[in-house]
Design a protein around this ligand. Structure first.
Ligand SMILES: [Mg+2]
Length: 410
């Protein structure tokens, strides 16, 4: 069997880099993207002590020349899609793990690429440099690529090579290389797990191994057993090309806290439309709709509802979102934020078209047609339903309305 070769491809300083590409005057400057806290910052900003998640007020204090931007979710998503597309040209198996990170299975592709076999395992480095160059050339983005025999090895190699490098954890060296890895860099060791381990004075992968698998399983269940494997640099998870995302959400905070019902309903509709568009582009349907709000005084509330059958169309999803919103928005206070989350995602089964229905009245056909127009001419080519109220309130660009602090999910 061939030794597995996995790439972990990670965009450097994703949101800040996108700002620097779209606004060339920001190149070489310390840039932070965020609202309230730093969500992403350029390496120029990092060199001056800014990091994420730091409060923006603190970041401005230690770095007065910091350029702070709100970012643009739709534009960033475009770059993320380009990353997946280009990686797909290099590997038959690409898995997106977040907007700015993918795994590519490169096993056995040495011949395909025609790389010379000189010395042990040198073709993966050449293939990675080639891929890095192509991503840079097509999108302007800098990425780091980690190479390893499994996911945890590739991811760790990428951490060490950041930013803008290629790291290769050679086959057979995993256990030794990961021994001193801090637990925050070990996948699966979240804050709660780390806090519990810190009480036992365990802070590295090597110290974790010493506990042994039975103890870890007793402490953390199956996740404990997995952690033990990863601490040894072993990881049985394969690269899964079409993994269904857990949820799709879209949210925004308002430029100014508002209680204008038209503006709020328009925003809710627009967010639902965007989430539903993403849902359909993944050929998925959602079983559960959730709505989240936060008032200007910081109080938040959320609620979800399960549909009788999975839905993917704007009107069905919006009807539920609006009901949830009306049940949630009960205080006499202005709203700061609203968001829509679709969960319970499953591949959508093709709907039976009713031939006797007028196409203009058939929501499935209508949504499909709208999707195609938007794919071709940009999301803002069509404004529909209550989001018409937003036309007078919000700036628009070809990617849609320019929202504030939009959440970034698939
Ligand atoms: Mg990244």
């Amino acid at each position: 069997m061939k030794t597995p070769v996995l790439f972990h491809v990670d965009i450097d300083a994703f949101l800040a880099s996108v700002e620097q590409i779209v606004h060339p005057e920001l190149r070489g400057k310390p840039v932070a993207v965020g609202d309230g806290v730093v969500a992403s910052c350029s390496y120029e900003a990092r060199a001056l002590g800014v990091c994420s998640p730091m409060r923006l007020s603190e970041a401005r204090r230690i770095c007065p020349q910091l350029v702070v931007r709100k970012g643009h979710a739709q534009v960033s998503r475009r770059f993320a899609q380009d990353l997946v597309r280009i990686c797909g040209d290099h590997s038959p198996t690409v898995e997106r793990v977040s907007l700015d990170e993918v795994y590519c299975d490169m096993t056995g592709l040495d011949r395909h690429y025609g790389f010379r076999r000189e010395g042990a395992g040198c073709w993966p480095l050449e293939a990675a440099e080639h891929l890095r160059g192509e991503i840079r050339g097509e999108t302007g983005l800098s990425v780091t690529i980690g190479i390893g025999t499994n996911r945890v090895a590739a991811r760790t190699a990428a951490r060490w090579a950041k930013p803008g490098g290629v790291g290769y954890l050679l086959p057979g060296r995993e256990a030794r290389a990961l021994r001193d890895l801090p637990l925050e860099d070990l996948p699966g060791a979240g804050p709660a797990v780390r806090a519990e381990l810190a009480d036992l004075r365990i802070g590295t992968a090597g110290e974790l191994r010493a506990l042994g698998k039975p103890v870890l399983r007793a402490l953390f269940g199956e996740n404990g057993a997995l952690l033990h494997e990863r601490a040894w640099g072993r990881d049985a998870r394969s690269v899964e090309p079409d993994r269904t995302p857990g949820s799709i959400s879209r949210e925004t905070s308002f430029e100014k806290a508002t209680d204008d019902p038209d503006h709020i309903e328009g925003t809710l509709y627009y967010l639902t439309e965007r989430a539903a568009h993403a849902l359909r582009s993944e050929a998925l349907a959602a079983r559960t709709v959730g709505v989240r709000i936060r008032y200007a005084d910081g109080v938040g509330a959320e609620r979800r509802a399960t549909l009788p059958s999975p839905a993917a169309l704007d009107p069905e999803l919006f009807r539920v979102a609006r009901e949830l919103f009306q049940a949630l928005f009960v205080r006499r206070s202005r709203l700061h934020l609203v968001g829509v989350t679709l969960t319970g995602l499953a591949p959508s089964t093709a709907r039976q078209m009713d031939l006797f229905l007028d196409a203009r009245r058939d929501p499935a056909r209508l949504c499909g047609g709208v999707d195609r127009i938007r794919e071709r001419y940009g999301f803002s080519a069509l404004v529909a339903g209550p989001s018409l109220f937003l036309l007078s309130d919000l700036p628009q660009d070809p990617h849609g309305f320019v929202l504030r602090t939009p959440s970034l999910t698939l």
